[in-house]
Design a binder for this molecule. Structure first.
Ligand SMILES: Cc1ncc(COP(=O)(O)O)c(C=O)c1O
Length: 386
């Protein structure tokens, strides 16, 4: 059996894969089993922050592998503590809980929200407001938090305690706060899986005011937007808000699984021993890799991310066959006149890998993609859209 047949035979059919096997790469270039070269604008869904075969990350990971690969959370671990320190120093958050994925980071945030409601107002104050069209993960509870009915189908009953507000409509959020016993508001600042659309700044600020006025936790899901992706270290930094909880994963690990739930002043003491846990969470190899990622996301790199973003927006907005361009930083959605699948397939044939979000072509290049590769890829995308 070839690899496609083998996969089809033995892997659960949960993925609609592209007909391609990636076997190696370097930076923003990746290669299939025939040696065909592609410019990668998907980065394993915003995971390979510095592309493939990233030397500093590999050095950090292998140096830790030479020492100890796993300890469990029964013991202290330097990479994990240092990573938490770095995240808190760079964000102003106070404590971090480490897990292994975005969904798990969000599960922890949901627990924080519920505990906050209980402590502040009583056990019945557990409802969390999330947004319509959001995406928060695949576990039953993060699916329940996800404001898209299509994800709930077949898996009911959903976890109780989530209500969905219309994005950019503050009155709707105010109405939900009045109608339900709420503990928190939980949002993505750029809805990724929902079609790469950024929330309005005024709306986000108003949500923060609402959270403060009603004593709710303001929690931000930065699983996809975080770690430099949108042009600041975390997207909330460009919105001028101070969230109480920030979750992240994907790019943080640079290619190894890690999730982080950062807890601000109002949330830092919600968890005591035994209230949450994870066998692998904060694994020293993953944490060492993540340290090497976060320490390189500095102002110079972020300025480059913003410049490249501006370039993509300028090139694609109004281009033939392009209806709209949305998103922020290097998290971009392109709505095309043609079907997105057709554009994606043409790009792939022409040596450019892009992915999909709803009906849009989604671009998530490495934060350090070289200019010449980016220019070449954008030219290919423009041609594919025509
Ligand atoms: C905003 C957001 N939250 C949560 C998740 C779930 O992350 P994971 O697949 O690591 O569980 C994703 C994944 O796409 C995401 O984009």
């Amino acid at each position: 059996m070839n690899i496609f047949e083998l996969d089809n035979e033995y892997i659960a059919h949960t993925y609609a894969r592209f007909p391609l096997q990636l076997v190696s790469g370097n930076g923003s270039l990746v290669y299939d089993q025939q040696g065909k070269e592609y410019i990668d604008l998907g980065t394993g869904i915003a995971v390979n922050a510095f592309g493939v075969n990233d030397e500093p990350w590999k050095r950090a990971v292998t140096a830790q592998l030479d020492k100890i690969q796993h300890t469990s959370n029964l013991y202290y671990s330097e990479p994990c503590a240092k990573l938490a320190q770095m995240l808190c120093t760079r964000t102003g958050m106070k404590k971090v809980f480490f897990s292994n994925s975005g969904a798990e980071a969000n599960e922890c945030a949901i627990k924080a929200g519920r505990k906050y409601g209980e402590v502040k107002k009583g056990k019945e104050y557990y409802t969390i407001i999330t947004l319509k069209n959001s995406f928060h993960g695949r576990t039953i509870t993060t699916l329940s938090a996800t404001g898209q009915d299509v994800f709930h189908e077949h898996f009911t009953p959903m976890t109780d305690g989530f209500v969905f507000a219309t994005p950019n409509d503050i009155q709707d959020a105010e109405r939900l706060v009045k109608e339900h016993k709420c503990s928190a508001i939980f949002i993505e600042l750029v809805q990724g899986e929902g079609g790469v659309t950024a929330l309005d700044k005024g709306y986000v600020k108003a949500l923060e005011d609402l959270a403060r006025k009603e004593d709710l936790l303001l929690m931000v899901d930065e699983v996809q937007t975080g770690n430099g992706r949108t042009g600041t270290l975390y997207a909330y930094m460009d919105y001028g808000i101070t969230p109480d909880v920030v979750t992240t994963a994907k790019g943080l690990g640079g290619g190894l699984p890690i999730g982080a739930t950062m807890l601000g002043e109002r949330a830092e003491n919600l968890f005591t021993a035994g209230l949450n846990g994870s066998t692998f969470g904060g694994n020293p190899v993953c944490a060492s890799g993540a340290l090497s990622i976060i320490e390189r996301i500095d102002e110079n790199l972020l300025a480059e991310v913003r410049k490249k973003s501006e370039y993509i927006f300028t090139e694609l907005t109004g281009a033939k066959g392009v209806k709209s361009v949305s998103g922020k930083g290097l998290m971009i959605g392109v709505e095309c006149e043609k079907d997105a699948n057709e554009v994606i397939a043409t790009c792939r044939e022409q040596g450019v890998l892009v992915i999909k979000a709803k009906n849009k072509v989604r671009l998530l290049p490495a934060l350090n993609i070289p200019w010449e590769l980016l220019q070449k890829a954008i030219k290919t995308i423009k041609e594919a859209c025509q």
